[in-house]
Write a new protein. Structure first.
Length: 205
């Protein structure tokens, strides 16, 4: 199971998180997010270990801005968290790894994902909320049984120290990784390294 830690913004904390060797680290470029990493120097990201996929997280951003930020920060992956179309996702596939996020609840229509299947590398299933981005709440993971495509997915939404063990009970064949964020924080954007260490140990057992 792959591990993505998302919503980083402080250089020393970024260094401490990457020392744990996650597979992906996420940086949020959405002005309404408390984890918006505006002003972070590009060399902080460019000095990270090559094997960790640096991921830019965007919400309804223009392709032009995304491309310029990929170039500036050296992103190997992007996560699209808004209403981006399959065609928009296709513009980036092959240049970088493309994750397309969807908010899930009991009414979610998995049929809509078929149009994206050839245009993304991964889906990311988060808890559906009125706002874009994380809520710190989980959804009923049983809903994932309705997902039948071959595109692997990350699980997001309310994963924390109290439920990370349960994630290992998910047997879906396309379950690829977990996305850890708000429940592992001291404050928005500042991760609790001890909590992450324990979660990493559980996941990698």
């Amino acid at each position: 199971m792959k591990i993505k830690v998302c919503g980083l913004k402080y250089p020393e904390n970024i260094e401490a998180v990457t020392a744990l060797q996650p597979d992906y680290v996420g940086f949020i470029f959405y002005g309404k997010s408390p984890r918006y990493m505006a002003g972070l120097a590009a060399d902080v990201l460019k000095s990270l270990p090559e094997e960790i996929k640096k991921t830019g997280v965007f919400v309804n951003e223009s392709a032009e801005n995304i491309n310029s930020l990929i170039a500036k920060y050296g992103f190997e992956a992007i996560q699209l968290h808004g209403n981006e179309s399959p065609e928009f996702c296709a513009e980036f596939k092959g240049k970088v790894i493309v994750l397309k996020a969807f908010g899930i609840n009991e009414d979610f229509d998995f049929e809509q994902l078929k149009a994206y299947a050839n245009n993304v590398d991964f889906f990311l299933f988060d808890t559906k909320t009125k706002k874009y981005g994380g809520s710190g709440k989980t959804f009923d993971w049983g809903i994932l049984d309705q997902y039948t495509l071959d595109v692997p997915f990350f699980l997001s939404g309310g994963l924390g120290p109290e439920n990370i063990e349960e994630v290992k009970n998910i047997t879906h064949p396309q379950f690829y990784g977990v996305d850890l964020n708000s429940r592992f924080e001291i404050e928005p954007g500042l991760k609790n390294i001890e909590k992450l260490e324990r979660a990493f140990a559980i996941i990698k057992q």
